[in-house]
Design a protein around this ligand. Structure first.
Ligand code: PMV
Length: 337
């Protein structure tokens, strides 16, 4: 089964819809996994080996506007700069758009505005593909359900399927080969005092993409075999901590899950290390502050940046220790659904 076939299953006769004659705009927040998606059972359809759970970043994300243009190629504008057609970013996006121009060879102008560093492990591709799926849905008037949109976003980038909602989002594993039961949905629980702090130590594009790192880990790390079991356990623990607002348990599970994911990478071959010396120094500082009594934890994705987890009551002390911290209150200022 390929992406095109899955799209046909979702769109059915809507596949022949004409785009509307105006440009449309959509916003999606980025999301940060608290229990990570790491490893695929199907690389073409981005079907994961495990379920995962994330928190969306409210106002940090991507706004995408799209319109049909009378040109023989797509025009991509990222943060007001036109993207070169030979860049991997352009190629990845146009390959995704190719999936939707079966009825006629439309070309698009896409303007994408993101307030996140691209490719620095801050999941900008997640909000990017989620915003794109929403924008295409509006442009072609498909009127798809959230579940269907989550599947379309997943075909662009796995973690994008979690970026269609605010708050806590779970991505269920599913069993079907076509992945039609593999999508995300929001959890009902909120946590108004929960804060995330982005500690950006590098905005440079990473040398090993998460796609490559994931695959290398699955095929070469002797410890990857233990990962699915750990995720099963962590998912239950995390959901219980969220339900009961047990912050120490919540932080512990999220941090240890991220460290376990990185251990599978450290033991891949060739090994993958995303940490910079400063990442390591910040980790030690966080552990020391915690030992001194501050309820502070972190999570980390496929990059050197850390995402701090803490409660609003500790905001000032956090700003004192980490003046450069970008603070997000995930349950404030919801704009999406
Ligand atoms: O969706 P991708 O291919 O960018 O992979 C994301 C992988 C992690 O960010 C490391 C984990 C996750 O669940 O988001």
């Amino acid at each position: 089964m390929n992406k095109q076939q899955v799209i046909q299953l979702i769109l059915k006769d809507k596949i022949n819809n004409m785009p509307i004659n105006t440009d449309v705009k959509a916003y999606a927040p980025t999301n940060i996994a608290l229990c990570k998606y790491w490893g695929k059972r199907n690389q073409i359809l981005n079907l994961p080996n495990t379920e995962s759970l994330s928190i969306s970043m409210a106002t940090k994300g991507t706004t995408t506007s799209i319109k049909v243009i009378d040109k023989a190629y797509d025009c991509l504008i990222l943060n007001d700069h036109e993207i070169n057609q030979s860049s991997s970013f352009y190629q990845r996006l146009t390959a995704y758009l190719d999936l939707f121009r079966t009825s006629a060879p439309y070309h698009f102008q896409i303007k994408t505005q993101t307030n996140l560093p691209i490719a620095a492990g801050l999941a900008s591709s997640a909000s990017g593909f989620a915003a794109m799926a929403l924008a295409l849905n509006a442009l072609f008037q498909w009127e798809l359900t959230d579940t269907e949109l989550s599947i379309l976003a997943r075909l662009g980038s796995g973690s994008a399927c979690r970026s269609l909602w605010h708050g806590f989002v779970e991505w269920q594993l599913g069993q079907r080969e076509d992945g039609l039961d593999c999508y995300a949905y929001p959890l009902i629980h909120t946590w108004p005092s929960l804060c995330i702090g982005l500690l950006i130590v590098s905005e440079h594009e990473k040398q090993v993409s998460s796609r490559e790192a994931m695959q290398r880990t699955v095929t070469t790390s002797p410890y990857y075999a233990t990962w699915p079991q750990l995720v099963k356990k962590n998912m239950l623990q995390l959901k219980e901590a969220i339900r009961s607002h047990h912050f120490h348990e919540f932080g512990k599970i999220a941090e240890s899950n991220a460290l376990a994911m990185h251990s599978t990478m450290h033991t891949a071959w060739p090994p993958i290390h995303y940490n910079l010396p400063i990442t390591q120094a910040y980790m030690k500082q966080i552990w020391q502050l915690r030992a001194d009594g501050l309820p502070l934890y972190f999570t980390q994705d496929a990059g050197p940046n850390l995402k701090l987890l803490f409660l609003k009551e500790d905001l000032q002390i956090l700003q004192h220790y980490f003046p450069e911290l970008i603070i997000i209150e995930p349950f404030k200022e919801w704009k999406l659904k």
